[in-house]
Design a protein around this ligand. Structure first.
Ligand SMILES: Nc1ncnc2c1ncn2[C@@H]1O[C@H](COP(=O)(O)OP(=O)(O)OP(=O)(O)O)[C@@H](O)[C@H]1O
Length: 764
């Protein structure tokens, strides 16, 4: 048996010294049976599937090899200064604050505080807002984390009107010559894409999700500022925590298990250390090295017969690579941090074992006043949460006694409360802000959460970034420590590895299905960049989209923009240019977002113009092109956005449109096969057409876009550091919208941005 070890560099890659995570120290006595070391050293991962490392690696994080108190490394003052490893500090800064929060919950929950069913969401929202102070709200839509939308202090309600009416599909001529089949947008090979994908947007009316509409009321729009939080991730380097959860770590180290078929050898030895893995034990992969499918069938794993029936009905026979790699480990009860490329079936990978935990739990007693929630799935966006709940319902087809519900921002909390009471569920899918609202305001909810046995953080790196982490910490403090935690993402930057102890046990497995030396993106997705000054970008966007449409009548494109307001502007422009577009961003009502999302899922011949609310996880089948206009907030965000195409091993195309001064971004993705595209030409007619369309756009939308643009780039260190240059660039953007004079910005907003008295800005 040949055993491959990972390169020494990686073996010498311990996490930073970690201290006891203060959150875990607060009044939750439940299931805490042992004291936890104050410091622990996270040991290098172990290769779990030797010889298989080229396909995926798995790392086990453990205390010292002898089980002794782990060592820790002291940091020098200089290191601290550089912020390489910051001293252990929760984002919930005051430990006492968190402690009070939790004990308050307990008291209220035990008292059975009743929230009036008539209490409107807005009332509650107001109350919460005032409690949290301005700028603290999340799912209820405050502007947080640096004012991605120009620091507007107040969110506006938006009507739920469809601005674009019926599709206006029009065949257009290709800028690069006559319409060509089998040619990419920018002249590259473009084969016909697979058709007839199963429509996964199944609805089950007998379950909590009831499609989307069942839970979504019409009249309350609040946006959760998802856009506004992006971009913070990159700053995590300076905010890395050393804290560690103080979970027990040996209970899960059970000695192998009984019936996990092919994965039997993956058992842990009685010492808690892994046995080496034999090549023949690894899940075999389908013949194509690029395939996301494995050769392992679901029935080869210890899954309940009813779940297997559900899987079969869903059309799944074999596991995807990430499912085959994680399922056996998860069903043994281990905590798992898993990395797998976009569109490769991570949702099923965490839902299926979570369902199995519910199956093994005592059945729900309908008369129980506060039936426990057993599996808690947290997703960063509403669309993603709804999608995960829908997938759960698909898998639960033959488990009529297991219920799923979703709680997300933008929906009346009172209606969610009614549903939670009327249809007790064992699986809850939630966005963080709304979940926290329920913990604080829904009678008996905190008690129900004490039944959680599995916590899932989907898009884990996102949920642990600064925009969400504080809420996640609070949520974690409200559920039992003795639980299994699963974290999944297509991107797991080192910073996240270092702070994952916020949620995971020390002995968790890191299962990385991205082949060693391979990119984080799919080889079947052609990636190109176009560098052009701002004044050329709108015409270029139009030309590229038109060319794509001409090449592929079955096109389905997504255009990502930097902020919600810029998205609104671009959507307006492309609509004015008679392209068949829809728009989704956080400034749109949730009902509208849901409707558009569903429509786009089913459609062809449509362009979705969106902010980063659609960047992660959303599974739109057969997207042919992903365009990213302007600086992506981070390398991770670039990868997730691109991942909306090329799902399930299909082909796709990605084009990144940057200004020359944004070219520095390319260095952050230089390991990805991103090539320079031939510069499309803009004929004078096209130029005029775009100018005319711009002139038709509402001034308010231009003003809002300008302010948002300024806010976004101000928050991007590389651009925002030089305020003078930033303002010059913003005014260039303003001119690109056809404005001779840049719009005025309220003084207060400029003050918040740190841009007062910068020449070139107009104030009001
Ligand atoms: N075993 C399977 N066989 C075939 N298709 C599958 C299987 N498991 C999942 N899928 C399908 O694969 C697609 C992508 O799955 P999913 O959305 O979970 O990907 P993901 O890895 O979570 O992507 P992202 O990183 O973008 O969130 C979905 O349409 C899903 O139904």
């Amino acid at each position: 048996m040949s055993i491959k070890f990972l390169p020494p560099l990686r073996l010498l890659n311990p996490s930073p010294p970690v201290t006891r995570f203060p959150l875990m120290n607060v009044g939750l006595s439940i299931n805490t049976r042992r004291s936890i070391p104050i410091f622990s050293r996270v040991f290098p991962f172990k290769l779990k599937y030797p010889g298989f490392s080229s396909r995926f690696s798995t790392r086990s994080f453990r205390p010292g090899p002898t089980g002794s108190r782990p060592e820790f490394t002291r940091r020098t003052g200089a290191e601290r200064e550089r912020g390489e490893v910051r001293s252990s500090k929760s984002l919930v800064e005051d430990e006492a604050e968190l402690s009070d929060w939790v004990s308050d919950l307990r008291t209220n929950s035990l008292r059975g505080r009743v929230t009036s069913e008539d209490e409107s969401d807005s009332d509650m929202g107001r109350r919460n807002r005032s409690k949290r102070g301005p700028g603290r709200d999340r799912d209820s839509g405050s502007n947080r984390g640096g004012g991605r939308e120009g620091f507007s202090m107040k969110r506006r309600r938006e009507s739920d009107s469809d601005e674009f009416g019926e599709p206006t599909r029009r065949r257009t001529e290709s800028t690069f010559g006559p319409p060509r089949k089998n040619r990419g947008t920018l002249g590259l090979q473009n084969e016909k894409r697979g058709q007839g994908e199963r429509d996964l947007w199944l609805k089950r009316d007998d379950k909590g999700v009831k499609g989307e509409r069942g839970f979504i009321d019409d009249d309350d729009e609040v946006d959760d500022g998802e856009d506004e939080r992006k971009g913070l991730m990159r700053n995590l380097g300076g905010l890395v925590t050393e804290e560690e959860s103080d979970d027990d770590d040996d209970d899960d180290d059970d000695d192998g298990d009984n019936g996990n078929g092919i994965f039997e050898k993956n058992a842990l030895s009685s010492t808690g250390l892994k046995k080496e893995f034999d090549m023949k034990d690894r899940p075999s992969l389908s013949s194509s090295s690029d395939s996301f499918m494995s050769e392992t069938r679901f029935d080869q794993c210890s899954i309940s017969p009813l779940s297997l029936k559900g899987i079969k009905d869903a059309g799944y026979e074999k596991m995807t690579v990430v499912q085959a790699a994680t399922l056996p480990v998860i069903v043994k009860g281990k905590d798992v941090l898993a990395k797998a490329k976009t569109g490769t079936g991570k949702t099923v990978a965490f839902l299926l074992p979570s369902i199995e935990v519910v199956v093994k739990s005592p059945p729900l007693d309908r008369d129980q006043k506060r039936p426990p929630i057993i599996a808690l799935v947290i997703c960063p966006t509403r669309e993603l949460a709804t999608q995960a709940a829908t997938e759960a319902n698909t898998l639960l087809k033959y488990h009529p006694s297991i219920g799923v519900q979703v709680v997300i921002g933008g929906v009346r909390i009172a209606s969610e409360q009614r549903n939670l009471q009327a249809n007790p569920c064992q699986i809850l899918v939630a966005t963080p802000g709304r979940l926290k609202d329920h913990i604080e305001n829904t009678a008996g909810f905190a008690t129900r959460l004490m039944g959680v046995k599995v916590l899932v953080l989907d898009e884990a790196d996102r949920l642990l970034d600064m925009g969400f982490r504080k809420d996640i910490e609070k949520i974690i403090s409200a559920i039992p420590k003795q639980r299994q935690t699963l974290m999944f993402s297509a991107t797991v930057p080192e910073e996240v590895r270092q702070i994952c102890h916020v949620a995971l046990k020390r002995d968790h497995e890191f299962i990385n299905t991205v082949e060693e030396g391979s990119e984080d993106t799919h080889s079947k997705v052609r990636q190109m960049h176009v560098i052009a000054p701002l004044d050329k970008q709108f015409p270029l966007l139009y030309v590229i989209l038109k060319d794509h449409i001409a090449n592929d009548p079955d096109y389905k494109a997504i255009v990502f923009c930097t902020t919600a307001r810029v998205t609104g502007l671009v959507a307006g422009l492309l609509g004015e240019l008679n392209l068949n577009i829809r728009e989704i961003h956080s400034r749109k009502a949730q009902t509208y977002r849901t409707r558009v999302s569903n429509e786009f899922r089913k459609s062809r011949g449509l362009i979705l113009v969106t902010s980063d609310v659609s960047a992660r996880g959303v599974d739109y089948p057969d997207v042919t092109l992903v365009m990213q206009v302007g600086l992506p907030a981070s390398r991770e965000q670039y990868i997730h956005r691109l991942g909306r195409t090329g799902r399930k091993g299909k082909e796709g195309e990605g084009i990144l449109l940057l200004a020359p001064w944004e070219e520095f971004f390319l260095s952050t993705v230089k390991d990805l096969p991103l090539t320079k595209a031939p510069m499309p030409s803009i004929d004078p007619d096209t130029k005029k057409k775009v100018e005319r369309a711009l002139s038709q756009l509402d001034m308010n939308s231009k003003q809002a876009a300008y302010q948002a643009w300024l806010g976004y780039y101000n928050s991007q260190k590389k651009v925002g550091n030089d305020k003078y240059r930033l303002v010059e660039l913003a005014n260039e953007f303003s001119r690109s919208m056809g404005l001779d004079t840049p719009p005025a910005i309220p003084k207060l907003v400029l003050g918040k941005m740190g841009l007062r008295n910068i020449p070139g800005l107009r104030t009001k």
